[in-house]
Design a protein around this ligand. Sequence first.
Ligand SMILES: Cc1ncc(COP(=O)(O)O)c(C=O)c1O
Length: 442
Amino acid sequence: MSATEATGTEPGSTVPAQSMPSAGPPSTGLSGTGSSGKGLPGTRLPGAIDAPVMGEPDAGGRFGEFGGRFVPEALVPACDELEAAFRQAWSDPAFHAEYEHILSEYGGRPSPLTECRRLSERIGVRVLLKREELNHTGSHKINNVIGQALLTTRMGKLRIIAETGAGQHGVATATAAARFGLECVVYMGEVDTARQALNVFRMQILGASVVPVHSGSRTLKDAVNEALRDWVASVETTHYCIGSVMGPHPYPWMVRELQRIVGDESRAQCQALLGGPPDLVVACVGGGSNAAGIFAGFADTSARLVGVQPVGGAAIGRGLPGVVHGMKSYLMQDEAGQVLEAESISAGLDYPGVGPEHSHLSALGRASYPQVNDDEVLDAVQVLARTEGIIPALEPAHAIAWLLREAGREVPTGSTVLVNLSGRGDKDADQVMRLLTERGSP
Ligand SMILES: Cc1ncc(COP(=O)(O)O)c(C=O)c1O
């Protein structure tokens, strides 16, 4: 039985994955979230308000009605083992010290906060960029992967597998595998291997095996399916390094905590620069890890949290609650519960689901999840390149595109906006060159 056909293993849950009926419209209000409101242990950062969001999920791994652990029996012990290893590590100062040391001396943290003077002048909004694209390997993905590679060695496993869409998570995983001496296999949809050929080569030169996935839409969701199949067969020796805040518990929570460093750093940088939080925090959302990481630093402040989705992959807005890849979340699906194909200009956002905590934040009304189209994204790449000398990856260009569209509308003139620049544009250069040439506007 494939993982995506698995029956739920939560008490009382027997609903087949991908055919979970709609649970109706999302609940609103702050009750019954199961969240503890916990941020960094013992810290109360300046600008904090009392909002019980982005804490630990409940005992079943739920954020409100979303999340959980819907996996085949064979994976339950591995999820339990991982949860125990993560809990133990995350409460161990020695683990934090090692994780932060590696991210600093190897990964290049802290990433700077850049004031965008020319762009701000142009749109009448003060724009700050959190420069995650300056990390080693070119995106935020390295934060998560270093943490999971450390956990892999702590669990005594020697093999690591991953799925990848844009290739950034695959490259980050291959990098960490080389750094820690682990065998590495990366599953990647065939369509993505073509549009991200450079990243395929990067993974291979780092010593990883890249397995093209020919099933389904041959994109990220199919790569996750294949990685889950591998894990079922190899769970004794293998850690599955999921690249976003998705999958069965503990992944959505663990990956958010491993990306929290983005939000915590930004919070301190905003405090130093602005004397408090910005008015808005904006990030693109594929699975949702760069957004969750930066939101986590501001969830207990008055800052508006905005997760920008591609029109063709807007699980929140176009989807219904359903079960896929071991979690319950908003999911683009047809009336029979079959997962629909996502269609986005950016491989990293080409995913019909979304991390369950984002579904929860949306249901609570704590974050909003608007959509932008591919043309707006291409415009945004050029605007940021020409006003600030920074070529963004197509994924964070979604966040910039929303800001360009909404400055002076949804985003009041004069407000201060922090944008997570989750990755750099090198990987997309060929694709953007082709698309702009087709449009006649390179
Ligand atoms: C640069 C970049 N940003 C964002 C994403 C989307 O992932 P997430 O929503 O988990 O941050 C990806 C995924 O590959 C990416 O490469």
